[in-house]
Design a protein around this ligand. Structure first.
Ligand code: SF4
Length: 281
């Protein structure tokens, strides 16, 4: 379960333990960074409440339920301070999420088609700090490293692995990937509900099938790209452009190229330095 962590009290945690439900918490860094976007209706920031929830989640009796922290990147936040603020909670895994956006509604700081790479630059700063002592693990970096070595990604952000998830909204609606909502109104809707449908019913939906086609779902530009097996065209939602739908490169294309190339270079230098001959993809 992915939660904002605000309501993580004993009764919820007891229930999660009983049902063996793992818990991921969304946290965007230190208090000032987190509270910029995540506020209660009163305007008060939610950091203190999330930190209290994380305190409980990391008690020895519940620690095994802790799946990790999910941080949405805000370019205004210092990258290393953000990583350190997350690592303080000793999560088993940290994941950095590129803010959702499309070619029509680009993410903050990303000018579609421009060569500037603000998100790659932010992530590279974290990567270079993290790589010599990679604990806690950072899923995005580990996925890129696995893909560069010929493996598969663990999620849909990168690579060509088929989509394997649906989302359950708090009202029981079964939806496609939450991030598809960034594309257009209703993009994630399925019409299915946990009270009347099975999860298998979602498998035949065009929106699920399209995200299981691997290289066949990529635009011509992505298919011709030298790193398409690693990048996979980026997150499906980030490819959206009115008129051509999802048949485009990611709006983050220049950032993805720079980040992947940087990680490849660091790994190759590391492997060369350890006298291995194994070539990175
Ligand atoms: S989004 Fe860009 S980097 Fe990724 S596969 Fe497509 S062209 Fe290559």
């Amino acid at each position: 379960m992915q939660t904002n962590g605000v309501g993580l009290d004993d009764s919820y945690l007891e229930t999660f333990r009983e049902l063996d439900i793992r818990v991921g918490v969304s946290l965007d860094g230190a208090a000032e960074s987190h509270d910029r976007h995540r506020r209660f209706a009163s305007g008060r920031g939610s950091y203190a409440a999330v930190a209290a929830g994380l305190d409980k989640l990391t008690w020895p009796s519940f620690q095994h339920l802790f799946r990790g922290l999910l941080c949405t990147i805000d370019l205004r936040n210092d990258p290393i301070a953000t990583y350190k603020a997350l690592a303080e909670f000793d999560p088993p895994k940290v994941d950095f999420l590129l803010p959702h956006g499309t070619w029509a509604t680009p993410p903050s700081g990303r000018v579609p088609g421009a060569i500037a790479t603000p998100y790659a630059d932010w992530l590279i700063t974290v990567f270079d700090h993290w790589y010599p002592a990679p604990i806690p693990g950072v899923r995005l970096f580990e996925d890129i490293m696995d893909l560069l070595l010929g493996g598969a990604s663990s999620g849909e952000m990168l690579g060509l692995s088929p989509s394997r998830t649906v989302f359950i909204e708090t009202d029981g609606a079964i939806e496609l990937a939450d991030n598809l909502k960034a594309a257009y109104h209703g993009a994630a809707a399925t019409g299915l509900h946990v009270s009347s449908d099975t999860f298998d019913a979602a498998l035949l939906l065009p929106g699920v099938v399209a995200r299981q086609l691997g290289v066949r779902s990529l635009s011509p530009q992505c298919r011709a790209c030298r790193i398409h097996q690693v990048c996979g065209g980026g997150l499906y939602a980030h490819r959206y452009r009115p008129g051509t739908g999802f048949y485009n490169p990611s709006v983050y294309c220049p950032d993805l190229i720079k980040l992947i190339d940087h990680i490849r270079e660091v790994m190759q230098a590391d492997i060369d330095g350890r006298s291995g001959n194994r070539a990175v993809r």
